[in-house]
Ligand binder design. Structure first.
Ligand SMILES: C[S@@+](CC[C@H](N)C(=O)[O-])C[C@H]1O[C@@H](n2cnc3c(N)ncnc32)[C@H](O)[C@@H]1O
Length: 589
């Protein structure tokens, strides 16, 4: 039995919750949860403490000490590679030696199996393009002997030789914080696994911040993203729709300072900002940010005035220029507003932020975004498709008009870790300040949003229980015990879970219709808990999808862990028990 299983058994035997054990060992409950799901290991001293409590022997290999070996990749120095790391890959029935990305070698041992799987997925007897070009597309690979000196991903991601973790923020991926984001390395491996060709149409109907769209663009495919939340749609568009030359964007960025400083001095004139009220800033001619609840608590005067000027500039622009400025401003919001950055739902911090320099923040952001575009253009020049090849539909996928059979492959992930409404609420200040552009009130979310525990709280919609007609596992899980009278909160959560599966029936029908025959689908989903029980989401999804002709080829169980962008979401670990990358084929004509 491995350490995770022994820990759970140890707790069960003594009737201890993770919180109880955490107190006894002197750590936070999240540490116990991480040890139990294998994403982290106790230090030697904590292992000793557990042993003293009667846990039994913990081997050195089960402690933190052993889980982060400090090996480095040296090109053509394969004897240094850790046992088990692959060094060759079969392409067109030929074996080629390659160097893995440094973090595959240096990273935590418990990631190795997943990396191995991703390498295997990218091997083919018949490649979708020349071996030379295909080798440039590979994910998690640094170089391939005889084929390419460096892969495009290696060039763009530029990992350090002693890197222990992959960087999910390469290129435009890191432009905006987004919870529940795909690791781009996974999407790239899936595009290769599906043998996507240049010009193929890839769809992500829950596009979120656009990871699938960016990877499709970088590898030369066409892509359609569908996203119901306006800010997420804007982020998707900006990250994936960048132009093939940055000249015009550089000119625009240079104008930002001029515009800003002129507007600022026209408004403040000889006065001090301290003498000006928040109300006066909102009444400024040119301002289009409307007054919103507690605005003076959310934003200092300089933050409000600065944002108001940037938004004014954005409203004079259109198309990509407008998106570019808005995305930059939104990405800076955590440094502009009085946001409590430790709380995922939007809450204002009790301590107002001082000396907020909006112009400086936005300028810095724009500069790094321009640098990223140039780097993407340089590293992917031989692969990349055009900006026009990427489309983002701002709507619910249940209402999107996608012609039957027009999609080659789908790579997507529904909201399963957090409720969809949280995607809106975590970006509350962006919605507030970009109201003139997004035209959306984050508190009037509607029925269109899938996967929320809040959406329907205010509405009277009851679940249809449609999923019961397609999934025996669904029926078994929501058995009598589940439907017997429980607390109001439990009944609400149960109904929302049932709603989610009812929606998955409609999703499966659409996916099957949109995909061409033999088109592939990657569906990433996690299993949450309902009360004491883990919801068998993967099995229910499989049964529903298979009913509609989407055949499950393979399900890869792996906790993606780094699917979040710039901050940790501690409770994400608690909520999601297991994560699955499920691979399907459309078997219908
Ligand atoms: C797990 S996130 C996707 C994250 C994405 N894979 C990425 O890398 O950024 C799920 C997304 O589905 C969106 N969503 C929820 N209901 C939707 C609907 N009815 N139609 C389209 N998108 C929806 C949410 O707003 C959220 O952005």
């Amino acid at each position: 039995m491995n350490l995770s299983q022994r820990l759970q058994e140890f707790r069960d035997d003594r009737n201890l919750s993770p919180e109880d054990l955490a107190v006894l060992v002197g750590v936070k409950p999240i540490n116990i949860i991480k040890w139990e799901n294998g994403t982290s290991f106790p230090s030697i001293s904590l292992a000793n403490k557990l042993e003293l409590m009667g846990f039994g022997k913990i081997e050195l290999t089960e402690t933190k000490q052993a889980s982060t070996p400090r090996l480095t990749v040296a090109k053509n120095d394969h004897h240094q590679l850790r046992d088990g790391v692959r060094e060759d890959i079969e392409l067109n029935r030929e074996r080629y030696e390659f160097d893995p990305m440094p973090y595959v070698v240096n990273g935590p041992e418990n990631q190795l199996k997943f990396f191995e799987t991703l390498y295997g997925l990218q091997e083919h007897n018949e490649l979708p393009c020349s071996p030379e070009l295909y080798s440039r597309r590979l994910s998690l690979v640094a170089n391939v002997s005889d084929l390419c000196e460096k892969t495009a991903q290696f060039d763009l991601e530029s990992p350090k030789r002693d890197a222990k973790h992959w960087n999910p923020n390469y290129g435009s991926h890191g432009w905006h914080r987004y919870i529940g984001r795909f690791p781009p390395q996974l999407v790239r491996a899936l595009l290769n696994h599906f043998k996507a060709r240049a010009g193929d149409v890839i769809c992500d109907p829950f596009s979120g911040s656009g990871t699938t769209l960016v990877e499709s663009r970088l590898l030369g495919m066409k892509a359609i993203g569908i996203e119901v939340c306006p800010l997420s749609a804007l982020i998707s568009r900006t990250k994936s729709g960048f132009p093939l030359s940055t000249t015009k964007l550089e000119e625009l960025s240079a104008k930002v300072a001029q515009f800003y400083q002129r507007r600022w001095s026209d408004f403040v004139r000889e006065r001090e900002l301290a003498e000006i009220s928040h109300e006066e800033i909102l009444a400024r001619s040119g301002n289009s940010i409307p007054a919103f609840t507690n605005y003076e608590k959310w934003m200092s005067k300089e933050a409000l005035l600065g944002s108001s000027i940037i938004v004014e500039l954005a409203t004079t622009l259109d198309g990509y220029n407008r998106d570019f400025i808005c995305c930059a401003l939104s990405a800076c919001m955590r440094s502009i507003g009085n946001l409590d950055v430790d709380v995922v739902r939007a809450e204002y911090s009790k301590k107002p932020r001082q000396n907020v320099a909006v112009l400086k923040l936005v300028q810095r952001k724009l500069k790094s975004m321009l640098g990223d575009i140039n780097k993407m253009l340089r590293t992917h020049h031989d692969l990349m498709s055009e900006a026009d090849d990427i489309k983002v539909v701002q709507n619910s996928l249940l209402e999107a008009d996608i012609p039957d059979g027009s999609v080659d492959h789908i790579i997507t992930s529904p909201p399963y870790g957090i409720e969809s409404v949280s995607y809106i609420r975590t970006h509350l200040l962006s919605y507030r300040s970009l109201q003139p552009v997004l035209d959306y009130n984050p508190y009037t979310f509607d029925e269109k949003i899938i996967g929320s525990e809040y959406v329907k709280e205010t509405n009277s919609t009851v679940p249809t229980w449609d999923a019961a007609s397609y999934s025996p596992t669904f029926v078994k899980f929501f058995d009598q015990e589940m439907i017997d009278e429980k607390s109001k909160k439990f009944v609400h959560r149960r109904d929302m879970t049932v709603n989610f599966f009812d929606d998955m029936v409609k999703v499966a029908q659409r996916f099957q219709k949109w995909l061409r025959p033999n088109g592939r689908l990657a569906f990433v989903v996690g299993n949450k808990r309902l009360g004491e029980k883990i919801i068998p989401t993967d099995r229910i999804i499989t049964e529903i999808f298979e009913f509609f002709g989407l055949r499950l080829d393979r399900s890869i169980e792996h906790k993606l862990k780094c699917n979040n962008s710039n901050s940790e979401v501690p409770w994400q670990d608690r909520i999601i028990q297991e994560e699955f990358v499920m691979l399907f084929t459309n078997t219908k004509k």
